[in-house]
Design a protein. Sequence first.
Length: 501
Amino acid sequence: MTLARWTPPRLISARRPDQRTVEWLELFYDLVYVAALIQLGQSLVGDLTVRGVGRFVVLFTLLWWAWTGTTFLMNRVEVDDLVHRSLMIGQMLAIGTLAVLVDGAFGAHSAGFALAYFFIRLTLVLMYAHVWRHLPRARQLAQPFLVVYAIAAALWLVSTVVPPPGRYWLWGVAFLIDVSWIVSPRMRRRVAYEYPPDEEHMAERYALFTIIVLGESFIKIFGAVADHGVTISTQVNGALALLIVAGLWWTYFDDVADSPIKSRSENVPKVALWTVLHLPMTMGLTAVGVGLGKLALSDIGEPMDSSAAWLLIGALLLVLLSVAGLDMITRNRHFGVTERDRLIPRFGAMVLLVLLGLASSEMSATVFGVAVAAIVIGQIAVEVVVAKRADQAVRVEVEEVMRSALADARCEHLANLADTRPKTAGCMQCIENGLVWVHLRFCSICGQVGCCDDSQGRHASAHFLEIGHSTIRSMEPSEDWAWCYTDRVGLRSVTGVSDSR
């Protein structure tokens, strides 16, 4: 990229989402979190006590919030100039410093950790100042964040000269100020409606972050096996650990990652809930990596370490509970799958994991690993079977409706179908409103494309009610039927009628 292509900040939320992809700078920025997450996971490996887990939760939340803050800005504002690149690279250096100091964040390196976090927040404040200066249209968005984040950053700086435990109390106050805008109804409305997010770009960013966290699990497993040496035990238990990671990948990326978020509510936007639920999910995935590293190093016949077993069980419960929450606020790609169908495998697996945890003291590490893998893979198998049955039920129902509707009745409108072609490749009303269609139809009179009655928008029927054009045709590649809204009858094959004229 040359200097000529660098551009000042500009709003992107009003642009069509299919025109935007994740930028190379964003991917480069995400990679620095690999080091931070690896170091954070290592600190948990050395301290599996309640205190150690508590510190891990606090530090992970701070890291995740720092990443989310920058991601939030870049989701709504597109910018690629020298100032922005310099601030991004500066923030990456601060994150790298934080990663080095994270193991002693509540000890000897607490002042250095606070200073590194201050620079992370300072770079974000300067990014918002850059947007405020160059983009007047976005000042209502930038100004509140600029003020809130600046106050919080100042507290992080002050905490470097305050001795513990006062230092840690200041961290807590600074974090609460950082997230204070969430409790403001006015700011929630502004973020959700006046400056709405680019949902497809956001989904891709969080999916990439999830991949990074899953990759960190692989690093822990491979690193543990490499340090311990290759044995039968590490081969078997390591394979079980990788199978569990693959199951978690399947659970998220085959169900959640591509599922569109449901329509917003007035009180709490679904997008906000979707975002927040990724915090416990990615936190759980990171802890899963730690637990699986312990599993990979266990001998086949020896009992599973109790602390590691409950860490793995608790982390998996957190992941599945978060995924269940995401299931509730997203629309499944399989039209016939209900919210209940999606939740039953999750909660069923959680119950089995709790029972497994209670019995883990009587099991060898390998048997424990087999049981965990079976539960994770089992809930996927149930989900696949439910989806296939739901798809088949919908298909049978549609075919039955078509058999009864596409009768041999006579209809003047269908007898005189025009040779019309669709105007667009998709339902534009669905695209404009962020909806997802199931099937497409087009008006045989004017060519207007709309979604079917099984879709949320029902725009094909709405076109008939508004305009009065009574006949539609299917746009599905394997279908050739037509339907008349006025007479409520159809043609099995439009081609046959056309050829007989």
